[in-house]
Design a protein around this ligand. Sequence first.
Ligand SMILES: N[C@@H](CCC(=O)N[C@@H](CSC=O)C(=O)NCC(=O)O)C(=O)O
Length: 283
Amino acid sequence: MSERPTLVSSSKTFGGSQLRLRHRSQVLHCEMTYSVFLPPQSLAGARVPALYWLSGLSSTDENFMQKAGAQRVAAELGIAIVASDTSPRGDGVPSDPGGGWDLGLGAGFYVNATREPWARNYRMYDYVVDELPALVEEEHSLSDSRGISGHSMGGHGALVCALRNPGRYRSLSAFSPISNPMRCPWGEKAFSHYLGSDRKDWHEWDASELLSGASERLPILVDQGGADPFLETQLHPEALRAAAERAGHPLTLRMQPGYDHSYFFIATFIEDHLRHHAKALVR
Ligand SMILES: N[C@@H](CCC(=O)N[C@@H](CSC=O)C(=O)NCC(=O)O)C(=O)O
């Protein structure tokens, strides 16, 4: 069990609390910061469900909380939101030797790295699936009714975390996910560093590969901007659609004409995602 987090900041919003906290991660061997929105129902003593949010490349725990505009509807629905950082951080944590923003700091890809120099710190999968929920459920009196969502690299993370852990999440969605990381430049770069060059080891971290063997058919909502500059090179939602059709997996993939990859797009459709999650989380 991790030691108790310390409060970095606290602001009242929509009758709830927007908090930022730091703690020592046993899994990542570094200090980590996370953000949590607690709805008014939580402050009144209810043990509320939580939506876990995973952000994309170059983000921290703050991007979603500051830009997505999720708090008003989360307060109405009585859902907490927990946003993780996107990689381990701090002195001694390695990053991209080439100085890129698609590997290393801000780019943990929500996998457990097996290769050096990454293996000691880069265990974001264990962090977001196990360590962080255990910590926040205890610290903020959240229920173990969990949903998961994310954007781009975080959309990939949300899909993989849910598909690998039947029963752990009650709801799943993603914005512009990297749907087939084994077959796009961002994923190939990250996986070859974190997991090594044997592509057989990559399958278990690729949502389009995992769908066929999924033992749970959790409905997935995906929104994808039609004017996203990364759509054709990096994201490949058509691979996820094809895998879902082959597997008979319930996927609602909505192409949204004219929208790009930014948080302006996420802010436009976040309410639909929160209501999708609430159907499974709020009883
Ligand atoms: N740092 C880069 C921009 C990288 C970028 O576009 N990141 C996206 C996620 S991309 C896939 O994971 C993002 O969410 N950025 C944060 C934000 O608040 O928009 C650059 O400077 O070009």
